[in-house]
Design a protein around this ligand. Sequence first.
Ligand code: GAL
Length: 380
Amino acid sequence: MNRRRSTPRLVTAGIAAVTAALTLAATGCDAITSDGGDAEGETHSIDEGFHVGLLLPDLVTARYEAADYPFFEAALEEQCPSCELSYANADGDVDEQQTQAQAMLTDGVDILVLDAVDSAAAAGTVNEAKSQGVPVIAYDRLAEGGVDSYISFDNHRVGQVQAESLLEALEEEESTGDGSIVMINGSPTDPNAADFKAGAHEVLDGQVEIGQEFDTPDWSPEEATTQMEGAITSLGVDEIVGVYAANDGMASGAIAALRSAGVSVDDLPPVTGQDAELAGIQRVIAGEQHMTIYKAYRPQAELAAAATVALATGEDIDSGEYTITDMEDGSGATVEAILLEPVAVTADNVGDTVVSDGVFTVEEICTSDYEDTEFCQEAL
Ligand code: GAL
């Protein structure tokens, strides 16, 4: 398979062509793909291959470069060896992602797989692609504008599982009534963040007091530290019995603020996370972070590759063991979705999840800082 990695800078170099494409669309001319295809969209063959564009949203979350991109690339290679893949990561920049998508369209991609920085803003890209007959698969986050297919996890369930695990830890420590929790939710432009938040509230509301709550632009760990510092100042560090952090990056920010406020590792309140990042798993086995959410990225990427091949070759998507359901996007369009199940990871099941699935080896997890943990003592 041909593989082209489009770095943000390389993609920006195509800006003149992008402008030309935009001008075409703006003057109302029939959209014409740069490789000469028409707006009807073509059906491709696996034998001859076709050109796929993969757009991922950020670099502050390890999963995209460490798992989603390599797993998607491998799955596409396996399912369509003659296919060409162009890849770009927007590094959290909405405009940059639009530029990257436009450059790929100008370059003649036959199908886009899009994990949007901003789902509403992505409607422009989706419409532009559709006008050129290029199907769009929304990956992990549901882009608006009527995409052809959506591959993700049950994001409402992610929030519920995080909150259930937090509540369990609070109940175990008998601290539910002793203070309040702080909620650090994800980016307001990411519809998944709203689903995580709604799922978590469903479980937490009425069960524990929520002292402070934040939405965090760009899922920024630094911003999460600042928010947590603010919460510590206004609530008092001893009042905080738990932290709902929507992902591992922000969990690390919240823990850093608590540690700077003088809380020892043993006295840290339970903190949630998501993404099963290596650093997150290490904090979990060291007792700094109560839990993380493991999403099986490999099946997710494999399904996305299967959907890519099916859509480009005019076949129905074979979802295997997974169910295809209808969902509405933020603009009211109905989209076919395949949603996978998230799994809670605590110190008790690191071995049965990320290790047994081959995401990380024991050696990768048990570096010198962690070799004294119970997990590493038993696993090494
Ligand atoms: C969400 C995604 C999470 C996490 C987060 C931050 O949309 O579902 O797994 O990565 O973005 O990038």
